[in-house]
Design a protein around this ligand. Sequence first.
Ligand SMILES: [Zn+2]
Length: 202
Amino acid sequence: MLHITTGAERRLLLLAWVILILMVAAVNVPLAISKTRSRTAPPLPTTLQLRGADAADRSWPSTTPHADPWPEIEYWQVTRAFGYRHYDARVTRQSPDSNGFTMDVVHLGWPLPVIEHKQMWWDWDNAAFSGPEPDPAPRLLLRGLIGNPLIVGTAVFVVLCLGPYALILLRRLWRARGGDCVWCGYQLKGVSPCPECGREAK
Ligand SMILES: [Zn+2]
């Protein structure tokens, strides 16, 4: 087995990876908060609108609040921007005094949502759907809270650390193939340890 890495290098890489994940974790929630859009801001163009069977294929953009499932969606739309997704899903009202079902959800965060703002409408008077709060407090989403640092931290780690390190390893492999010292490139001619850098040539 050819040894072309050192324990110190491997530890340094691991440390860099952990630090990058922690750095992304530190900006994850502030970035999500910064994506909050004011209701008075000019509206973004709708990204996708679905009706009928296409809408029914979609699931409610967040958990429904009752033990009984909500009916199939009849109208579904999403507006997307960087770090921002706004879902509007509805089942139209059956009569003028009915609310139907509506879920208005804003997800903030990138690449996965970190913060959820949710508002819901249903027939408040329907005993089968009584109980929970239709305007729950904003909540943090675990998938974005944990996923974003892992995804972004690892991507940055691969580009900034693993890529350059792979080039270094390739050079060492190349030296080993030519019979040179893996660490400094000195022409060994079968001598070990290396007379130039003093390291074991394996
Ligand atoms: Zn050497």
